[in-house]
Design a protein around this ligand. Structure first.
Ligand code: SAM
Length: 297
C-alpha cells in the first residue's frame, strides 16, 4: 500500500477510472477532486481528529474518504451511485474505520445510521463533503432540520452558493438561505477552489464553507420556526420591491390588513420602503412575531 499513490492524485484517479471503466455521471453531480493539497486542506478546515465521527456525503471514488479515514476516528460515507460501491469497497479496503452505504442522503435516516454504524455515537459528529452541486441547498436544509447536533459541517459547494451562505444584510447575495443558516450556525468560507482541480472540470469555481453551531442564543425566538422561514421566503420573492409590496403579496391587500400591517411596521420602526435584503435575522423574527400577535400570520 505504501507505494500506491493516494486516491486523490491525478495518476491514481485516472488509473482507478480506467480499471473500473468509470464514466462520471452528470445526473449525480460527479466531479472528482484530484488535488491532494486541496483534499488535505479540507480535512484541516474541518479540524478532524481521531475523536471525531465523520459523515461523508458522496464519496465518489474515495479521494476525500481516504484522507478522512487517516484523520478521523470513524467515517461513514453515503453514496447514491450503486456502480461506485464495489469500487469503493476495493480502494478503501486498507481502512478498517470506513463504512460505505449505498444510500441517497436526502432519503437517509441519519440519526438511525449514526446509532447503527458508529462504535461511539456520542462522539462529535462532523459532516465533510464535496457536495453534488445540483442538490446543495436541499442537503444543507436537511442537515439543519435533522435532530443531530453537528459539531461542524465542512462542505465544498459552488462559490456563488458559498457567498449566499455567508452574505451580509444589504448585499445581492443575502437571502432566505443566508438567514436559514444563520438561525442555527455560523458560516465562514475557508478557501476557494479552482474548477481546474476536478475531473471533469465543472463550469464554476468552488469554495469550502465551514458551518459551526451558534454559540450565542438569538435574543428573540420565533413563534414558529417553519412559519418564520415560509414568511422570509415570501419576503424575498420580489427582491427588487419594497418590504411593503412583498408584505402585501404574502399577507394581503385588504384595507383592514394593510392598516394593521402599517401599525406593526410603525411599532417596530421599520420603513415600509425598506428592501427585504436590509433586514437582519432578528428584525425578521420580530416582524413575524408581531404580525402573528396581530393575527396576520
Ligand atoms: N467525494 C468525491 C470527490 O471529492 O472526488 C466525489 C464528489 S462528487 C462532487 C459528488 C458525489 O456525490 C458523487 O459521488 C455522487 O455520485 C454523489 N451523490 C450525488 N447525489 C447523491 C445523493 N443524493 N446521496 C448521496 N450521494 C450522492
Amino acid at each position: 500500500m505504501s507505494n500506491t499513490p493516494e486516491i486523490g492524485s491525478r495518476t491514481r484517479t485516472r488509473a482507478i477510472m480506467e480499471k473500473y471503466g468509470i464514466h462520471t455521471k452528470k445526473s449525480f453531480g460527479q466531479n472528482f477532486l484530484t488535488d491532494l493539497n486541496v483534499l488535505k486542506n479540507i480535512v484541516d478546515a474541518a479540524e478532524i481528529t481521531k475523536e471525531d465521527n465523520v459523515i461523508e456525503i458522496g464519496p465518489g471514488i474515495g479521494a476525500l474518504t481516504e484522507q478522512l479515514a487517516q484523520a478521523a476516528g470513524q467515517v461513514l460515507a453515503l453514496e447514491i451511485d450503486t456502480d461506485l460501491i464495489p469500487v469503493l469497497g476495493e480502494v478503501l479496503e486498507p481502512y478498517d474505520n470506513v463504512k460505505v452505504v449505498n444510500q441517497d442522503v436526502l432519503q437517509a435516516n441519519l440519526p438511525e445510521l449514526i446509532k447503527a454504524e458508529f462504535t461511539d455515537p456520542d462522539k462529535p459528529i462532523k459532516v465533510v463533503a464535496n457536495l453534488p452541486y445540483y442538490i446543495t441547498s436541499p442537503i444543507l436544509m436537511n442537515l439543519l432540520a435533522s435532530p443531530v447536533e453537528w459539531s461542524a459541517i465542512c462542505v465544498m459547494m459552488q462559490k456563488e452558493v458559498a457567498e449566499r451562505l455567508t452574505a451580509k444584510p444589504g448585499t445581492k447575495q443575502y437571502g432566505s438561505l443566508t438567514l436559514a443558516i444563520e438561525y442555527q450556525m455560523t458560516a465562514e468560507i475557508a478557501f476557494n477552489v479552482s474548477r481546474r482541480v476536478f475531473v471533469p472540470a465543472p463550469n464554476v469555481d468552488s469554495a469550502i464553507v465551514v458551518l459551526k453551531p451558534r454559540v450565542d442564543e438569538l435574543p428573540v425566538k420565533p413563534f414558529d420556526k417553519s412559519k418564520l422561514f415560509g414568511f422570509v421566503r415570501g419576503c424575498f420573492s420580489h427582491r427588487r420591491k419594497s418590504l411593503w409590496n412583498n408584505l402585501q403579496s404574502t399577507i394581503g391587500k385588504q384595507p383592514e390588513t394593510k392598516e394593521k400591517m402599517q401599525e406593526v411596521l410603525d411599532q417596530l420602526e421599520l420603513s415600509p420602503q425598506v428592501r427585504p435584503e436590509r433586514l437582519t435575522l432578528v428584525e425578521f423574527i420580530e416582524l413575524a412575531n408581531a404580525l402573528h400577535e396581530n393575527n396576520l400570520m
